[in-house]
Design a protein around this ligand. Sequence first.
Ligand SMILES: *Cc1c(COP(=O)(O)O)cnc(C)c1O
Length: 459
Amino acid sequence: MAAETAAVTDSINAAWSRRDLDVLWHPCTQMKDHERLPVIPIARGEGVWLYDFDGRRYLDAVSSWWVNLFGHANPFIAARIKQQLDTLEHVLLAGFTHAPVIELSERLVKLTPDGLSRVFYADNGSSAIEVALKMSYHAWRNQGAKRKTKFVCLEHSYHGETLGALSVGDVSLFKATYQPLLMEVLKAPSPDCSARAPHESCADVARRAAAGLEALLAEQHEEISAVIIEPLVQCASGMRMHDPLYLRLLRELCDRYQVHLIADEIAVGFGRTGTLFACEQAGITPDFMVLSKGLTGGFLPLAAVLTTDAVYRVFYDDYEKLSAFLHSHSYTGNPLACAAALATLDLFEQTDVLGANRRLSQVMGEATAGLADHPRVAEVRQRGMILAIEMVQDKATRTPYPWQERRGLRVFEHGLAHEALLRPLGNVVYWMPPYVITEDEIAMLAAVTRAGIDVATRG
Ligand SMILES: *Cc1c(COP(=O)(O)O)cnc(C)c1O
């Protein structure tokens, strides 16, 4: 009887989600939530839209975890992958090479800040962070500085989920449980401008945070290998933004105290903050730049670590010296992923993406400006194609909502019911849309976001 009823009212979505929940374990999810919340099977994607099996659609305002740049199933990128697929799907990258990985490396060297001249590949962001950490430590070791074994990360940082990457992160929700497994790191103050005092500017906060870092470096630089940072926007901890001045001060401090600078541009690279890379806004060259997410336009997993000739040279010696970097991943430099990345770079080259984004980000800002006056909104902040709205229990004292209330989840649910995929980070509702979003779609998103915040902050 129950089964019959189900058959009558069942949808294709429901059938897929039942099969899913029988066998899958989803990332970053308390699976019990799905007793109440549906898991949403997606049948296909086109541009900013995702379509489920029952004919509903969702505007992907978060670019499917910040990876998509030019829309789902982008035909240009898809065609280039298909072409590569019939030529060479994969070959090991040790002792062998292939055209897509050579071309991609040449172009990344050309596009990234001057001085970055070598590219090492991994297949996801966290693994690439491990590469940068190991390379930094190993480079100092090869130069005889064997005491340089520590890393400095910033308060509110996020660099991924593998144990090394998690160690240099500071989001306790992800980190606290695993603390006994992690390496010890030093923590410097965040230049997060949303935490400024009433009389302070973002540049003031940057100077104050840099002074905190300097105190740490002055005392312990002989044991410090590198400082790792998400330039301009600390994304995962709630889109916390800082003044480019901080990056200039950071570069000076790293030079003065002989410490590497690792720029994790996994989320902010490829035009997200208004320039192709965030470091450009400060005119700095890091010792390591880590790229992933948008690198393939959101099509395939790939990550790259760029570094300088100076770092490369201290590994280059006779084999017997055992100074080589013996790190590898099976799918290092996968040709299909490189083909997707080359197509993505072609799209940047063929059209004025950054110019178009300037217009779109202005429209995004205008569409949400009114929310700054919302009684339950602490701040609306934006850097290029990243816009964040922070909900707050008490606007005057900036008292956050207790996390247990899951206000962000209410926005998420409201969004789904109104054709928008918004996936707030705690109390921070944000947009990080594909660059192919239209002005009308931004207006639609603004209306859903405003209503969602109204609903979520009621009572
Ligand atoms: C997503 C992210 C990572 C981790 O990348 P994965 O591919 O998810 O492992 C690291 N750093 C930053 C800044 C990120 O946003």
